[in-house]
Design a protein around this ligand. Sequence first.
Ligand SMILES: [Zn+2]
Length: 118
Amino acid sequence: MENILNKMGLSRKDTIPVVHDKDFLYVYVKCDRCEEIIPVRISQKQEVQENYDKSKDKTYQYFVRKEVSGSGNNRCFARIGLYLEFDSQFRVIGTEIKGGSFVSKADYESSTNKNETK
Ligand SMILES: [Zn+2]
């Protein structure tokens, strides 16, 4: 019998918060330079690539590389490069980021609320 906790993905914590919505994955990154929090939408079908490494020590099933920049509202056009590795269930098992850091959706939402009340 399969472990239900396992099935729900509770036994293994994502290394960063990722929001899954149908065919899309969302992550939120914060620009090192201007601290803007940028929502990043990743298409599971079009952007995520499969790792075709057939060796035994293959550690991940899918990966994506993406470069994003902010809205420009802060007059900052710095680029943030991110790289994610996923297992077969699309759980994040490895990350790399340049020019920014990963934050949670809640951080993003509170940052947009702040901007609205300004
Ligand atoms: Zn910036």
